[in-house]
Write a protein that binds this ligand. Structure first.
Ligand code: ASN
Ligand code: ZN
Length: 332
């Protein structure tokens, strides 16, 4: 009998997790037929190909450390399941492309490779093993970031350069936060940081900060005329900051025990409307209003339209959207 099996995984970043697998006693694989056939394979250092299937005899996977190659498989498989559930349960979207089809996740890409990437052509994601081959880039927020590039590709298709590129990157960071909050794992505290688990530089700091993006030394807190000329992972800061201000508000804030301090360009003091509403506004704007050439001024209009559709033109939510954009110097 080949049905959906309930396996157990010992992950590196999310503790002990339930994962759906396939197969039967003696030979299980990391394939999840409850989520479009999402499957996870082992590149074992290769940089191309489909990877080899992970197999397991007792459906208990990984040891929670890098010593067992299956551990990164557990994190990737779990993260892709969390991403699937987020899009389905929060946004009513079936899979990354909205067509019910699962994706391929490939772990152990290359050697000391401190990145992960989505590829539309194979509908797959590849993960390096990170710092000293010991911090795979398989934390839930990284998975959600990369897979959300596939959502953007199949919706607004924001061009990956200039201001639209910053909005493309920010969309991945915004939904990475959305997935992390939705997963709500005690082992991976939901936060507005990106990549806080993977220690990519070996200094214990996250890759990006949504409350004050410039804390990474490079990202923009506010729009300026140069926004289209900086790396897309830095111009994303403007929209990440907008999203934090809209969700949480300005100034000193604490969420789940994490401290934030979010400034505003115009000195305004903002109260957030909560991530549940903010992410719905962003998703509706992305999927119904934005196009490949949307820039920051367009993104303001797109989200105001989305908020108006969802909550009304005179609603507190729509006013909060306008105020948060103004606070990051994207004026109406
Ligand atoms: N990990 C990077 C990202 O998703 C890969 C890239 O530069 N596109 O942004
Ligand atoms: Zn990205």
């Amino acid at each position: 009998f080949q049905g959906i099996k309930e396996g157990t995984g010992n992950s590196q970043y999310s503790g002990k997790v339930e994962i759906n697998t396939s197969g039967s006693d003696g030979k299980y694989t990391l394939k999840d037929d409850s989520r479009g056939g999402n499957h996870t394979t082992n590149l074992d250092g290769a940089t191309s190909g489909e990877g080899k299937p992970f197999t397991d005899e007792d459906d208990v996977w990984g040891d929670g450390t890098i010593k067992d190659p299956a551990t990164a498989g557990v994190d990737a498989h779990y993260g892709s399941a969390q991403t699937w559930d987020y899009y389905k349960e929060v946004h009513g979207r079936e899979g990354i492309a909205g067509d019910g089809k699962g994706a391929l996740s490939k772990v152990h890409y290359g050697n000391n490779y401190a990145n992960a990437f989505w590829d539309d052509s194979c509908f797959c994601i590849s993960y390096g093993d990170g710092l000293e081959n010991s911090r795979p880039l398989t934390a839930v927020d990284i998975t959600a970031h990369e897979m959300s590039h596939g959502v953007t590709s199949t919706t607004a298709n924001l061009i990956y350069s200039g201001e639209s590129g910053g909005l493309n990157e920010a969309t991945s960071d915004i939904f990475a936060a959305g997935v992390e909050f939705h997963a709500d794992s005690p082992e991976d505290t939901p936060d507005y940081l990106v990549g806080e688990k993977i220690d990519i530089r070996g200094d214990g700091k996250p890759l990006r900060y949504m409350d004050e993006p410039s804390k990474d030394g490079k990202s923009l807190d506010y729009w300026d005329t140069d926004a289209g000329n900086v790396d897309v992972h830095n111009s994303s800061g403007i929209a990440n900051h907008f999203f934090f201000l809209l969700s949480v508000g300005s100034g000193e804030r604490e969420v789940n025990g994490v401290q934030y301090n979010s400034p505003t360009k115009d000195g305004s003091k903002l109260e957030g409307i909560g991530i549940d509403k903010a992410e719905k506004i962003w998703f509706k704007a992305l999927t119904e209003q934005m196009t490949s050439t949307t820039d920051y001024a367009d993104a303001r209009r797109a989200t105001v339209t989305a908020a108006t559709d969802l909550y009304g033109a005179d609603s507190a939510e729509t006013k909060a959207v306008e105020a948060a954009w103004t606070a990051v110097n994207v004026k109406g």
